[in-house]
Design a protein around this ligand. Structure first.
Ligand code: PLP
Length: 201
């Protein structure tokens, strides 16, 4: 009843680590968890209260998300990144995981995936039936792909569309990407699309 593509997927390693560490904890072992990054912070009271006050609302929202929220996100991002975004450039989703999955569904081309990378990127690409080109990152390059490594992948077939996944601070290495400028030049040159999970200061 299930598609082979789904049956052949391995269980998420972070979920596996979590289950194993819970079992060990139940047996009385002291465990320091590095599995997934669950927020240790309480949900702020004003957010909890706003959610309570608005829980009665049951109307469908615009597909892209609330217009006022998109406008605020565009304003905030424009100020932060010194660029001119508008509400039309913004889509609101329940989490980045789902939005990334939708990108795999609509994207026609190949995924350039630095390795190692976050555990869900590759399975999502496989379910979305996108081919993955892996770039094995190196310690001497701060665990990020270099511009020339990316260019090498693209030059193998320039006719294809490519989507590069870039994440900084990086899961799992924890490193900050320091070669964004050289990567941006390659992206411009070949019209490379980047799924950017990058937090700039
Ligand atoms: C790099 C990276 N992207 C995305 C996600 C998922 O984020 P969300 O909770 O917004 O779906 C995670 C969660 O661990 C992550 O490490």
């Amino acid at each position: 009843m299930l598609k082979d593509i789904v049956k052949n997927l391995e269980a998420s390693s972070t979920l596996k680590i979590n289950e194993i560490s819970r079992e060990l904890e139940e047996k009385g072992n002291k465990i320091f968890k590095f599995g997934f990054g669950q927020s240790p912070f309480q949900v702020p009271d004003d957010i909890v209260n706003e959610l309570k006050v608005n829980a009665h609302q049951n109307k469908y929202l615009p597909m892209q998300g609330l217009f006022d929220l998109r406008k605020s996100v565009a304003k905030y991002t424009s100020e932060k990144k010194d660029y001119n975004y508008n509400a039309g450039n913004v889509v609101i989703g329940p989490g980045s995981k789902e939005l990334m999955f939708l990108l795999h569904v609509i994207f026609d081309g190949e995924i350039i995936l630095p390795a190692p990378s976050w555990v869900s990127y590759a399975p999502q690409a496989i379910i979305g039936r996108n081919k993955i080109k892996t770039i094995q990152t190196k310690r001497e390059n701060n665990w990020f792909p270099t511009a020339s490594e990316i260019e090498k992948v693209i030059l193998k077939d320039k006719k294809k569309n490519y989507l590069l996944f870039l994440n900084s601070p990086n899961n799992p290495s924890g490193q900050i990407c320091k070669n964004l400028e050289e990567i941006s030049k390659v992206a411009k040159k070949y019209n490379l699309i980047i799924l950017s999970e990058i937090k700039l200061n």
